[in-house]
Design a protein around this ligand. Structure first.
Ligand SMILES: [Zn+2]
Ligand SMILES: [Zn+2]
Length: 437
């Protein structure tokens, strides 16, 4: 694996830097834990796990520390389904042994998110021992949490060391392996949209960071057939890819390299789950299913040409108040947050549309070229989905056609980020694309 850590001056004009000291991935690398404890001068690490991850790797972590005569404290969340919320963070803080001088998180998404917060509030160094290659938060400096009943991305901190022991990761639950690859598949869309947004809105883009993602994604897809057989190369490719996804976001300073409209589909479903108790699945599974839909929609876009009359008529007919009412009904409290954001972001300011439309129309061939370069054919992507057993049918997620259409429309409003649904709004083809869902 290319050494991608450390500060590097880049042709994009920035110096890419990340606060991670080390990423160790491979068979048996958990044995290096005492080496890192020593490096940080830790006398008594604190192990944070839940009952599943403790069995998967926490017992081994404790045994390794014991063997090396290193004392340790620990807290194992008793619940089977840990929610990353106030209760969980409070519980971790209250059970923290203040005589401990290093935190070792053992788990994947939720434990890592809580571990990063615990590390941040206690000021202790933080090592994450991954138990599943299931999401790309390993290297990120934020925690994906439920706070006040809303999904938020809370600033926390990066792990100092990420340990991905393939002997542990390959035994992760099958659904989590699938989700990890699913989160990687999303990167096809993320990179395409990043380039398109760069072209249309002039936002920052770095080719080197994009290339980091492309290479990692290719490795995952090349090895995809082996994933469900728990083939070590396949598991390693996914774990490394997910770590690189996080590193790339840190390098870019934005989520662009790893998340696009497909992630917003998933966010919408998570919001609805919190608000209305509708079904949710793992982040990566939802992202993969939405990636398939996004790629299909982009294929429809490729058949289109910017039509000024149609675009201007659609924008003129757009009624923000009406749309806000639809958002409120569809998303409840999260909808309110998005409506409040629009006051600042003014994404729907009609006076800015003509200039954007000009750029789109003048660069249509370039946009098509980007789509052709970055996106796989929908059928080819579908074959990868089939190979790893992720459904292409949103109904299997409890999302019917009506909900899929509203979801797509709501992806415009999640953040001020130029994604497919925003392009469709600018082109006046939002409803047309919804027909395809
Ligand atoms: Zn760069
Ligand atoms: Zn993701």
């Amino acid at each position: 694996m290319e050494n991608y850590l450390g500060s590097k001056a880049c042709t994009c004009g920035r110096e890419h830097d990340i606060a991670i000291d080390d990423v160790v991935v491979g068979k048996g690398v958990l044995a290096r834990l005492p080496e890192f404890a020593a490096k940080y001068g830790a006398k008594k690490p604190f192990i944070l796990a839940d009952c599943n991850t403790f069995k998967a790797a926490g017992e081994q972590v404790a045994a390794i520390l014991d063997r090396h005569g290193i004392a340790h404290g620990q807290y194992v969340f008793p619940s089977e389904h840990l929610e990353p919320d106030e209760q969980a963070v409070g519980s971790a803080v209250m059970h923290f042994d203040t005589s401990c001088d290093l935190i070792i998180g053992v788990g994947s998404g939720v434990i890592n998110d809580i571990g990063k917060i615990l590390s941040s509030v206690t000021g202790r160094k933080y090592i994450i021992v991954g138990t599943a290659p299931s999401m790309d938060g390993y290297a990120s400096a934020t925690s994906s949490m439920s706070m006040d009943g809303l999904k938020v991305s809370l600033p926390s901190r990066c792990a100092d060391v990420i340990i991905g022991d393939i002997d542990i990761l390959k035994n992760a639950p099958e659904h989590m392996l699938k989700a990890g690859l699913g989160d990687m598949l999303a990167k096809y869309v993320s990179i395409a949209e990043w380039r398109i947004a760069h072209l249309i809105t002039g936002e920052y883009y770095c080719e080197r960071v994009a290339q980091l993602i492309r290479a990692a994604l290719k490795k995952c897809v090349d090895n995809a057939d082996g994933l469900l057989k728990r083939d070590e190369a396949a598991v390693q490719a996914v774990f490394e890819g997910l770590v690189i996804g996080g590193v790339a976001m840190a390098y870019a300073g934005v989520s662009r390299p790893a998340s696009g409209v497909e992630h917003y589909f998933s966010h919408v479903w998570d919001m609805r789950g919190l608000e209305f108790g509708t079904r949710v699945d793992l982040h990566g599974i939802q992202c993969a299913m939405a990636t398939q839909k996004a790629v299909e929609l982009y294929e429809a876009v490729k058949q289109m040409k910017p039509d000024k009359e149609k675009a201007f008529a659609a924008v003129a007919a757009f009624d923000l108040e009406e749309w806000n009412t639809e958002l409120r009904t569809f998303l409840g409290n999260s909808g309110e947050t998005m409506i409040a954001q629009e006051q600042k972001e003014r994404k729907y300011d009609k006076s800015t549309h003509p200039a954007r439309f000009e750029i789109i129309a003048n660069n249509w061939q370039t946009i098509l070229a980007i789509l052709n370069e970055e996106l796989p054919a929908a059928e080819k992507l579908g074959n990868v989905m089939d190979a790893i057993g992720i459904s292409r049918d949103l109904n299997d997620l409890g999302v019917d056609r009506e909900c899929a259409r509203m979801t797509f429309k709501a992806t415009k409003d999640i953040r001020d980020k130029y994604v497919l649904s925003r392009l469709a709004w600018d082109l006046g083809v939002l409803d047309e694309l919804c027909e395809r869902l």
